[in-house]
Design a protein around this ligand. Structure first.
Ligand code: AG3
Length: 281
């Protein structure tokens, strides 16, 4: 909603107000409303169904947090699946690893890809990479028929878990993701705001624990997302140690060894409430 040229996610109980100059694009795709705003402080901002996905100025916090903790601790990440992520930011980060030879991008909405290439060239810069295979599919269906024991890392860069994305936090989805991963494979996803989406975080964490032996959470920042503090869940069926084994070939703007350690550090309440009794199955 735009009020006096301020945009905020007015369907959320807490939001970040972004002062805007105007709207550059607004269209309903087959799946959702896609809108690009031109803002004063954050550059262009992409909204999907009125929710902030990407801003030019702060997108790297999100894309680096969803990518580097998982890719850097994997011993040899080669084949990767990115779910959602049609803007290309996660693919850009994944392709910084020289070991990666194939990335599948499973995006339901082709228009997100087209619009991102036009308005966010620095985010979408690897969407034409020869290492990338774009699959215009619903990831929930796609993962059901994915070949077992195939992927080293699966990154779920989805919208909030509602509408067509609701099934991305189900037990069945995580089971299928677990099967598609190799034995030492790593799953990572964004898991929302701990301030206002704790219910969804809890469902996601509990369901993930039914499908993966090891599940951990990370807390990061995304200044333009509601609440600014954003969570991520990382899972595997093999014990993963958080030591960095691979460094990205390209430069990062946020993630580094010091941040890496801190991303896994949990606030006391989160530790007590969700991680104190975690026992490996
Ligand atoms: N990441 C979207 C995360 C969810 C944001 N939620 C919100 N603003 N209510 C997908 C886009 C980044 N590649």
């Amino acid at each position: 909603m735009l009020i006096n040229e301020w945009f905020f996610e007015d369907d959320m109980p807490l939001a970040v107000a972004i002062k805007v100059k105007g709207s550059l694009y607004s269209r309903k795709s087959k799946y959702q409303k896609i809108e690009i705003l031109d803002s004063i402080a954050m550059g262009k901002v992409m909204l999907l169904d009125n929710k902030v996905m990407v801003s030019e100025k702060d997108e790297f916090y999100y894309h680096e947090t969803i990518t580097h903790p998982a890719l850097s601790i994997h011993s040899n990440p080669k084949k990767i699946m990115v779910i959602g992520g049609g803007d290309g930011g996660t693919v850009r980060e994944v392709l910084k690893y020289k070991t990666v030879d194939e990335v599948e991008l499973v995006e339901i909405d082709e228009e997100v890809i087209t619009v991102s290439k036009k308005y966010f060239p620095e985010v979408a810069c690897e969407l034409d990479s020869p290492k990338l295979k774009i699959k215009l599919n619903d990831a929930i269906e796609y993962i059901k028929s994915a070949k077992e024991n195939t992927y080293d890392v699966i990154l779920c860069d989805s919208t909030d878990p509602e509408g067509f994305a609701a099934g991305l936090i189900s037990k069945e989805f995580y089971k299928n993701a677990g099967k598609a991963l190799k034995e030492n494979g790593i799953y990572i996803c964004q898991s929302g705001s701990l301030l206002i989406q704790e219910k969804e975080f809890k469902i996601s964490l509990e369901n993930m624990r039914t499908a993966f032996k090891y599940v951990d959470a990370m807390v990061s920042i995304v200044p333009t997302y509601p609440g600014c503090v954003w969570s991520f869940l990382i899972a595997s069926n093999s014990p993963v140690d958080r030591k960095i084994k691979n460094m990205p070939g390209g430069k990062t703007k946020y993630w580094n060894e010091g941040i890496h350690e801190k991303l896994f550090a949990k606030p006391e309440w989160l530790k007590e409430k969700y991680f104190s009794l975690q026992v490996a199955k």
